[in-house]
Structures are given as structure tokens and as C-alpha cells.
Design a protein around this ligand. Sequence first.
Ligand code: PGA
Length: 255
Amino acid sequence: MEIVIKETYEEMSQLAAQLIAEIIRRKPRAVIGLATGSTPLGTYRELIRIHKDEGLDFSQVVSFNLDEYVGLPNDNEQSYHYFMWENLFKHINIVPANVHIPDGVAAELKEACDNYEIEIDDHGGIDVQLLGIGRNGHIAFNEPGSSLGSRTKIKTLTEKTRQDNARFFDSIDEVPKYCVTMGIGTILEARKLVLLANGENKAEAIQAALEGPITVSVPASAVQFHPDVTVIMDKAAASKLTRQYHTEPSHLNRQ
Ligand code: PGA
């Protein structure tokens, strides 16, 4: 596991975008796994800048998002479909048919989850998966207690997550109670994981995920199983870590 601590959120975001851009430059048909929430917004801004200023080409890139609320139509401003188009896709030259986001309004949700897994496989698997972490240690919407081998599925959101996400809604009553999320087993099959965290409110979850035991109580601790993980965070999120870590990923040091 490679753990990189940057001074600021901006530097964290620049590095994450740089890692993803390098993968796309090496493999124009890269399959990238994307996340929503506040954390990756800076990474998306930077990817848009690299696309505009340096011509990073998304025309063959395929994307798979981690999760979606159940019951929010795609054009609802709180849906993750809306989030992704607003904050990334409409600013780059990705082809709409290459975008995949779990369908939270499918008539047959279970079947849609199974098909999502099949689609990931049909595209040869995910090359790089971007991840945030919840204050309760969740990854995607895999809340504490989620099986570490789980696949794309319907989940109930915990009260803590609903409270955290209520800031995006008019009231907590409007926050959906269910979601569709890639499972931890699905996430662990991506060839590379990039886990991002910023802010002091993530420090405890990050410490438990990276330095604690692997446990369903901290779903993000499952990344310890993965052979190629880069964790990028700002100083505040790293403030409870007990070991010494780096400020640059090793492959960039070698350049
Ligand atoms: P956040 O959410 O980026 O909005 O903090 C992260 C997560 O819940 O995975």
C-alpha cells in the first residue's frame, strides 16, 4: 500500500488527477471507476483542466461509477447521475454510451445489479478505481457490516451516512434510505485503487482503515487486501496515523 500525504486538498486532488491521466495516456481505452461526494470534486476539476489545457482524450475511456441512490430519477439534482454529468462528464469528451452508473430506478433492481457486474466484466474489468471514505469507514455505500466479498447490490444506508449526506438535501427526510452500490468484492477486483481522504473528520476512519485490523466494521480496511493501492490524503485526514509516510508516490520519485 502506498500512502501519500499532501499539504492541501488541492495538492491531493492534483496528484490523484495526474495518476488517472497517466493511466488514460498509457491506455486510451482505460476503464475508470469513479466516485461521488465532496472528496473527488477537486480531482474532477483537475481532470477537466488537463483535458482542456493538455488535451487529455476521454473519447475511448469507459467509466463505471460506484453507487447511486435508489428512487431518485437521473435528472434529480441529488442523484449521482446528475452529479457526474455536472461535475465531470459534460466538461470532457467522454462518449455518453461509455458511461455506466448503477440504475437506482430500474424496475428490477436486483437484475440491474447483476447486469452491472456483467458489464464491468465485458469491458475487461476496471483499470483504476477512485474511492472516498465515509466517516464510518464505508467505501462506496458499503456500510459497516458489509461482507468483504460482496458484489453490486441494494443496501440500506446507515443513519450516520444519511445525516452526512443530508447537507445536499433540503431535509434529512428527503435523503433516500436505500442505494445500489458496487460490492467490496467488486471494488477489490479493480487493477488499481486510489483512495482519497481530506479533512480532520476523516482522520479516525483513515487510521482505522489503514492501520487497524481488516474488519467488516471498517469496510475500507478491505483495501489492505489489494496489491496496488495508492492512498492520497491531506495532512488533516492523516493526522491520526501513527507511522511515517511519503509526500510523493514512488513511481513519480523515480521519474
Ligand atoms: P464525501 O463522502 O467525499 O462527501 O466526504 C465520501 C464517502 O462517503 O465515501
